[in-house]
Design a protein around this ligand. Structure first.
Ligand code: PLP
Length: 446
């Protein structure tokens, strides 16, 4: 088969997983590639389309991770492939601040329209989520002439120096990589499953606690930005309780603090809305996008209120590759795909299947402590039966079982005990149900 043949959207085991070709290649990887990089699944991809990854042994694996929530519209989505092929043959790079091009401008125009809020907005483009988060903080500090940044427990914002400081979890992200940037203040996150207070008043109580800490320990007038993930990603798909984020934004606005939503994982149709803040009708001052933005090409963006985005001096923002023309062409094709193929509705539909099937598993297996998430961003948290003690061992066994049967599922969580589902939303109902059947078998083997 050549890469031009369509890849059947079905699971197929040609060898055991990993097969002999992957095992040999993984040995070469071990010799050549830094040992600081992990491997979720030790197979080598030959090609991938839609929700299927074919490895070099001919196994067809169902992809429930989408390259960590990147290929939401499917791997090698047809419009993206065509747009990239045309763009790469037209020009590969000029640097937008050297000689501008239309793709960059059009992606910014699209983001300014797609993000919630009717106020005037502007955008900048970068290469990665971390770089975009850094730029959002840079801009907020310049605009407010303040330095403190408020972040939350369980947050993940990236692996650069500033974004490591913004990230909550030590291992594996931060351990031994300091010193870290200063003026970062971490606040409690209302994680409803593990909240020790009254579950009825969690949003108000957490809000009161956070505002008290900001006022007494930092001083609201010192805070440049409040940065939050509208659905916590790496931290385990924690959904902040209804009312918490709008309350925070109200406090931010009253105190002239820039409210930034890190929608790198939750944005771009993932949760059954274009952006997850729309679930609570919020209009953040700034939104950071990446992952699902360009169908797999490296691109990220900061979109925000025009007066904030325009506040730094000319030349204060930039970068060599940010908003690369090929990535921009891919983003425009990805946005067209989301709109034409109604993938926001599709994400909501996928979420319904996931919740139904995972809640049925939870009823059967008391080690599933909670099913949570929004749209096609759903997770289960595994505990020891009858307690809330994290159960990473069971998680590891289930994930390994699924891999051996050709289903790739990712993990997450501060306690390493969360299985997260981030399928490409173009996955067919049947393929998703096949994968969930394998997951159920995995639980049965425990
Ligand atoms: C992945 C992620 C980032 C970092 O993005 P990179 O492209 O890996 O730098 C930042 N914030 C959130 C919420 C993420 O999920």
């Amino acid at each position: 088969m050549t890469s031009k043949d369509p890849l059947p959207q079905s699971r197929h085991l040609a060898t055991e997983i990993p097969g002999p070709a992957s095992t040999a290649a993984m040995q070469r990887r071990k010799e050549a590639v830094s040992g600081g990089l992990g491997t979720a699944m030790p197979v080598i991809v030959a090609r991938a389309q839609g929700a299927i990854i074919e490895d070099i042994d001919g196994n067809r694996i169902i992809d429930l991770g989408a390259g960590i929530g990147v290929v939401t519209i499917g791997n090698s989505a047809p419009r993206v492939v065509k747009a990239v092929q045309e763009a790469v043959a037209t020009f590969t790079h000029t640097n937008f601040t050297t000689v501008p091009y239309m793709g960059y401008i059009e992606v910014c125009e699209a983001l300014n329209k797609l993000t919630p809020g009717t106020f005037k907005k502007k955008s900048i483009l970068q290469n990665s989520g971390a770089e975009a988060v850094e730029n959002a903080i840079k801009i907020a500090r310049h605009y407010t002439k303040r330095s403190a940044v408020v972040v939350f427990e369980h947050a993940y914002h990236g692996r650069t120096n500033l974004t490591m400081a913004l990230t909550a979890k030590n291992l594996p992200y931060k351990d031994g990589f300091g010193p870290f940037a200063s003026e970062i203040y971490r606040m409690p996150m209302p994680y409803s499953y593990r909240w020790v207070g009254n579950p009825e008043t969690i949003a108000e109580d957490a809000l009161e606690m956070v505002i008290h800490k900001i006022e007494k320990e930092v001083g609201a007038h010192n805070v440049a930005a409040i940065l939050i993930e509208p659905v916590i990603g790496e931290g385990g798909f924690i959904v902040p309780p209804t009312g918490f984020m709008p309350g925070l934004q109200k406090f931010a606005t009253e105190n002239k603090i820039v409210f930034i939503a890190d929608e790198v994982q939750s944005g771009f149709a993932r949760t059954g809305k274009m952006f997850a803040v729309e679930h609570e009708n919020m209009e953040p001052d700034m939104i950071v996008s990446a992952k699902g933005i360009a169908g797999g090409l490296p691109l990220a963006a900061v979109t925000g209120r025009a007066e904030i985005m325009d506040s730094s001096h000319v030349g204060g923002l930039g970068g060599t590759y940010g908003g690369n023309p090929i990535a921009c062409a891919a983003a425009l094709a990805a946005i067209e795909t989301i709109q034409e193929d109604k993938l926001i509705e599709r994400a909501e539909h996928i979420g319904k299947i996931l919740f139904e099937s995972l809640n049925a598993l939870k009823a059967k297996y008391p080690i599933i402590g909670e099913v949570r998430g929004r749209g096609a961003m759903v997770a289960i948290e595994l505990v020891h039966a009858g307690t809330k003690d994290p159960n990473p061992e069971a998680m590891g066994k289930v994930i390994k079982y699924c891999q051996s049967k050709g289903v790739l599922i990712l993990t997450a969580g501060t306690y390493g005990n969360v299985i997260r589902f981030l399928p490409p939303v173009v996955i067919s109902d049947d393929l998703l149900k096949d994968a969930l059947g394998v997951l159920a078998e995995g639980f049965a083997t425990l």
